[in-house]
Design a protein around this ligand. Structure first.
Ligand SMILES: NC(=O)c1ccc[n+]([C@@H]2O[C@H](COP(=O)([O-])OP(=O)(O)OC[C@H]3O[C@@H](n4cnc5c(N)ncnc54)[C@H](O)[C@@H]3O)[C@@H](O)[C@H]2O)c1
Length: 336
């Protein structure tokens, strides 16, 4: 579905993190709906390097981009020479900034702040020089365990990832005061959908439960999973928010969720219905009690008002739209 009527002929759009989950979906949105636009992807891709928690340092994967016809640049947003080259040799009209250490459990505080905050500032400077609007990924992790509904202005990050995203938002507010470009921060809640598989264990629980069920395993949930609630949002709605953010009524920081919290038990029940299974759930003790978010639900009133955003996917709709892809990935990637 096309969300804006712009003619993007002769427009150049940079997508950082374009080989990742959300960035690659954005790239295909433009390719399919605005084939006249010039799309450039910058991503460090995966190299095999890991963080101290054992997860990959970056999750970008070429398979997310099979079929993409635009320019693809492999590079690190921390590389100042590369950024200077981009500044001098391109003229961007829009920058969608998705590149980040996206792993919320990463412990490397130095690398997290450098990559998520300091490199973002360098990209903002390029946006200003090019007079390009900046749309960047913030996160619901900025709220930590703040009470629901989560409202912009009431943050309390509990990990360095959430802290880094809040630093990006604070930096953006300063730049909003002193520049003429539109700057929009989108605080995604729990996103799920096609092209997330290569995030490995950091992919959504929707995909992970889907694959457990397809393997014939009993879904394993924490005790009281009907009371552990999150605002799960389908990728299509995240794309909608990004596209509408190209022309905001006002620069700002906006929540991107459905505005409705659903439980982990709901995920498994809807998946079993879609996959036509009746596996018995197994319940295990939640080892994270005390440090775990039990309820997230985005307040999306300002997102609706300032961006014209209107979520279109309840969890039932999102899983229905996604289930064939969950099966394809299981057959072609997991089982092979
Ligand atoms: N998926 C979610 O539920 C969610 C929720 C809140 C916020 N976010 C944010 O949205 C953005 C996109 O997330 P995603 O889910 O697509 O994650 P992802 O890990 O799939 O995408 C991030 C991409 O950035 C690339 N990258 C990492 N470090 C880089 C560097 N130094 N230089 C260049 N590229 C680099 C990775 O290779 C990867 O392709 C991230 O900023 C993330 O923090 C995601």
């Amino acid at each position: 579905m096309r969300y804006i009527n712009d003619d993007l002929k002769d427009k150049t759009i940079l997508i950082t993190g374009g080989a990742g989950f959300i960035g690659s979906n954005l790239a295909f949105y433009f390719q399919n709906n605005h084939p006249e636009a010039n799309i450039i992807i910058l991503d460090s891709f995966r190299s095999g390097k890991t963080l101290s928690n054992g997860n990959l340092k970056s999750f970008g994967h070429f398979k997310n981009l099979i079929g993409f016809r635009g320019e693809v640049i492999s590079g690190d947003i921390n590389d100042k020479d590369l950024l200077l080259n981009l500044e001098l040799n391109y003229k961007f009209d829009y920058i969608f900034h998705e590149a980040a250490i996206s792993d919320t459990t990463a412990l490397e505080q130095d690398l997290m702040i450098k990559t998520n905050v300091n490199a973002y500032k360098d990209l903002l400077e390029i946006a200003i020089k090019h007079n390009a609007n900046m749309i960047y990924a913030s996160s619901a992790a900025t709220y930590g365990n703040a009470l629901s509904p989560q409202i912009v202005g009431r943050e309390s990050p509990q990990n360095v990832y959430g802290f880094s995203k809040l630093c990006m938002d604070n930096l953006s507010k300063e730049y909003m005061k002193k520049s003429n470009i539109a700057i929009v921060g989108l605080r995604y809640f729990n996103v799920y959908g096609p092209r997330e598989y290569f995030k490995n264990t950091t992919a959504s629980m929707i995909l992970q439960f889907g694959h457990q069920i397809l393997a014939g395993k009993n879904p394993r949930l924490f005790e009281n999973s009907d009371k552990i609630l999150r605002d799960f949002i389908y990728i299509e709605d995240v794309i909608q928010a990004n596209i509408k953010a190209m022309h905001p009524k006002e620069s700002g920081i906006y929540n991107v969720g459905t505005g409705r919290a659903r439980s982990f038990q709901d995920i498994v029940d809807i998946l079993q219905k879609e996959l036509d299974t009746t596996l018995k759930c197994e319940y295990i003790k939640n080892p994270f009690i005390g440090s775990y978010q039990f309820h997230t639900e985005a307040d999306i009133s300002s997102t609706k008002e300032k961006l014209g955003y209107e979520p279109g996917f309840e969890m039932e709709d999102g899983i229905k739209a996604y289930v064939d892809e969950i099966k394809r990935v299981y057959a072609q990637e997991v089982k092979k």
